[in-house]
Design a binder for this molecule. Sequence first.
Ligand SMILES: Cc1cc2nc3c(=O)[nH]c(=O)nc-3n(C[C@H](O)[C@H](O)[C@H](O)COP(=O)(O)O)c2cc1C
Length: 194
Amino acid sequence: MATETKVLIVYYSKHGNSAKMANLIARGIESQENTSSIIRTVKASGDEDFNNLDPIVELSDLNDCDGLILGSPARFGNMAAPLKQFIDETGLQWFSGTLSNKPAAVFTSSSSLHGGQETTLLTMMLPLLHHGMLIVGIPYSEKALLTTESGGTPYGASHWSGNDSERTIDKHEKELCIALGKRVADIAKKQKAQ
Ligand SMILES: Cc1cc2nc3c(=O)[nH]c(=O)nc-3n(C[C@H](O)[C@H](O)[C@H](O)COP(=O)(O)O)c2cc1C
């Protein structure tokens, strides 16, 4: 039997929305045969409201994964500093090419619908490209991309959390989180088999 394909999800979350998305994406990953998800968060910045139960990521987690998915709330149209802090600690992995040729994807949550979801997703991709990773988006064959009136983009999964950051993840946003996890897992499996 082939060894299990592992997809690592690393996220930061202050109010819990990105954490919930991580779980939905994990569901998509786990829907693929012989594939598991590993959910990790990053060291907090000290302003956390959300009581996070996921373990803190370690650099060694990057060596063990076959795919990587990063998630963060939009912060001034960019990823949150605690996630960037973690990425900036991955110099050794960069030099040694640990992540090269593995699939990667991104997801975000934001309080306003046009407040920078896409810029957050696109800028989160840059370090992944420097690592030589293969960026995976969401294809328009996912019907929810055409019908969503909230989050969900071809660049990655997204959620509109509203002014109070409490709007629930709706049907379309949820479907696209699951689709993204599934797609990364599928590609990770194929890359690993090569
Ligand atoms: C400092 C700061 C900057 C933010 N910048 C943006 C932004 O640029 N666009 C936006 O729509 N929401 C912005 N937000 C709101 C968060 O993105 C939003 O509350 C998000 O859903 C939180 O995700 P979380 O529940 O995973 O922490 C910002 C929040 C903070 C605290």
